[in-house]
Write a protein that binds this ligand. Structure first.
Ligand SMILES: C[S@@+](CC[C@H](N)C(=O)[O-])C[C@H]1O[C@@H](n2cnc3c(N)ncnc32)[C@H](O)[C@@H]1O
Length: 615
């Protein structure tokens, strides 16, 4: 039986290996036994190699390390927390508590190219907001220490002050690997919106050009976030933030805004339907367009109307005569005024108008009030307004799309998705938030919220409760599944040569103490790249718990003392469920004895199940 290798399979998807595979498919000739022949690769790419020492590029101290960091697989896992979730069995929404770099690595295989829209509101780097320091050696250990989940030797989470000497560098090193991974999540028609202010807007633009391609830059929306004036330094009141938008490819288009057609009426019972008065002139002068400069005559009254030399007619004479004969020109009743075009609703080509690059319809003071109202107290500083995110989601997605926010804060994005779905839509969210400790001096901590993640989860629970109370018949998805980042459930294969006996005894079970079957189940799902919200059937087969995922695509039995009877009944599932391919995973130490283990492979093979692995 093939083993899921704890060294490699204990980690998330290996991006470097995948990149190498891609390169191999494109240029098999540059691979030698020892690896990649870079000279051969250069020859293959010919004139596209830039050999100049000085060239245009955006770089900073740590960029290569940050790139490398994005590519190293995570050694962590996501542990399910049904007790903190709502509607665990049916919901498609996810709340992941953890450092987003690790989480983005872990979810990558399951959600590769599945996200239509990412919205993030990262730390702006104001000097007071917290920047998570990644550890190149062992980020999971670092994460557990920093978030106080293991002995942290007094290490303190810190802010990034301008005097640190690495002010922008630290921020870029934090953002770069996260954005690089985020891109992999986007569908080809996907879009990312990033909130930012003047501290890092220039760096963000450069780093996004690098990651998404400058040709995919869509817009830096200017969001007017307040009406009153700020503590105006230099007598300038900074009243805006930015929302930077990039597309994954050129297939992206926002939805635009519905046009207002309320001024189209039909007072004369026109058989062509409702109409409105439109301009019959264009913005050209008689000397620019002499062919559009001529008088026109009302065929009913015979009154002639002169052309305005500074704003000539929109059509040439011949077309104008046709339009007049079709009754599409509205002449003034008494000869005073200008003839107008009778524009019918049926000839309006687009039902939408573009979304403005200036967002001035949402003022952020409302956001603090909204969050305070739903949470019952002032527990989170500077949340974004639900309406702002709702507008962005309305522009960037359709009604069944998946939305990701990996700097979730107080969970405004989750709130906005649930709110939008009230109209019968079925958008889904994945939000990620670090269990950043709340300051002990603040109201949130005193009320019992130890971390910002706890505030976010509580907000979602309250939004769900509110929607249920307001619309008891609502049948949409009012739930979310909570997962928490932790070290892998699988023990690393570390043999101590000085104490071989104890090392080997320790390895009799390669599952860490205190980890449940469900913990392991979801780690396997992540490794196979399966969606964490898909339904899992739990059956008792010959006295053992068996998990059936994807209607039999994957069957997992993590029980102990498995007998041939259990194996035969699992083999029978192939016939019963008829999945195209069935994969089966056991615990390596789960079999009653070696005979059962050896025969299991044969029994399953006879039933047409070739992919059998042990953990
Ligand atoms: C500006 S706030 C987001 C506010 C959010 N838009 C709202 O309306 O509530 C940024 C959040 O990102 C979180 N954060 C910072 N570094 C993180 C990391 N490495 N992983 C996950 N979350 C992180 C912070 O704890 C903070 O709550």
């Amino acid at each position: 039986m093939q083993k899921l290798d704890p060294k490699t399979d204990g980690r998330s998807v290996d991006i470097v290996a995948e990149n190498i595979d891609k390169l191999k498919t494109l240029f098999p000739e540059v691979f030698t036994e020892g690896g990649i022949d870079f000279d051969a690769l250069k020859e293959t790419l010919g004139e596209y190699i830039d050999g100049r020492e000085e060239r245009y590029s955006f770089t900073w101290n740590g960029k290569s390390k940050a790139r490398w960091l994005a590519q190293t697989p995570s050694t962590g896992t996501l542990r399910p927390c049904p007790e903190e979730s709502v509607n665990w069995d049916t919901t498609q929404n996810l709340f992941i508590e953890g450092d987003n770099l690790e989480v983005l690595k872990l979810l990558q295989k399951s959600y590769y190219k599945k996200v239509k829209m990412i919205y993030i509101d990262p730390p702006y780097n104001t000097g007071n907001d917290f920047i998570y320091p990644d550890d190149f050696r062992d980020n999971i250990k670092n994460y557990l220490e920093l978030t106080g989940q293991v002995d942290n030797e007094g290490r303190k989470i810190s802010t990034n002050s301008e005097t640190s000497g690495r002010y922008h560098t630290d921020w870029l090193n934090m953002m770069y690997p996260r954005l690089k991974l985020a891109r992999n999540y986007l569908r080809d028609d996907g879009i990312i919106f990033i909130s930012i202010d003047d501290n890092e807007v220039a760096n963000l633009r450069k780093v996004c050009d690098d990651i998404f391609g400058e040709e995919n830059f869509l817009c830096t929306f200017l969001w007017k976030k307040r009406t009153g004036s700020n503590d105006a330094q230099n007598m300038i009141s900074i009243d805006h933030d930015y929302v930077m938008a990039y597309a994954k490819t050129d297939q992206v288009r926002l939805n635009g805004l519905s046009k207002d057609f309320s001024n189209y009426l039909n007072p004369d019972n026109d058989p062509l339907g409702p109409w409105t008065r439109g301009d019959l002139t264009c913005n050209k002068t008689a000397s620019e367009r002499p062919n559009l400069y001529y008088p026109i005559k009302d065929p009913v009254t015979g009154i002639e109307y002169q052309c305005n030399p500074n704003r000539v007619w929109a059509y040439e004479k011949e077309r104008m005569e046709r339009v007049i004969s079709e009754g599409k020109v509205l002449f003034p009743k008494n000869g005073n005024g200008t003839p107008m075009y009778k524009r019918h609703l049926s000839e309006v080509r687009s039902q939408e108008k573009p979304f403005s690059s200036i967002i001035d319809t949402v003022i952020n003071t409302i956001a603090t009030k909204e969050t305070r109202e739903i949470l019952g107290g002032q527990y989170f500083d500077f949340p974004k307004s639900v309406d702002l995110i709702r507008q962005l989601i309305g522009q960037g997605t359709q009604k069944n799309d998946l939305i990701l926010d990996f700097f979730s804060g107080s969970a405004t994005t989750a709130h906005a998705v649930l709110d939008l779905n009230k109209d019968g839509d079925n958008r889904k969210f994945i939000v990620v938030q670090l269990p950043e400790p709340c300051d002990e001096k603040l109201e949130a901590f005193k009320t019992g919220y130890k971390t910002i993640a706890e505030i976010g989860k509580e907000r979602i629970r309250r939004v769900i409760k509110k929607i249920k109370e307001e619309t008891p018949d609502y049948e949409g998805d009012l739930g979310f599944k909570v997962f928490k980042l932790d070290s892998t459930n699988i023990k690393p294969w570390e043999v101590n040569p000085d104490n071989l006996q104890s090392s080997l005894e320790d390895y009799i079970s390669n599952i860490k103490d205190g980890r449940s079957e469900h913990d392991i189940l979801y780690e396997i799902l992540l490794k196979y790249g399966l969606d964490l919200t898909q339904p899992i059937e739990e059956r008792t087969i010959a006295g053992k718990t068996v998990f059936i995922i994807g209607y039999g695509a994957l069957v997992i039995c993590l029980a102990d003392d498995i007998t041939l009877e259990t194996v035969e009944d699992i083999a029978g599932l192939k016939k019963e469920l008829q999945p195209e391919i069935m994969r089966v995973v056991f615990k390596d130490t789960g079999f009653k004895d070696d005979v059962v283990k050896t025969n299991a492979v044969q029994i399953l093979k006879l039933a047409g199940i070739e992919d059998v692995k042990s953990l």
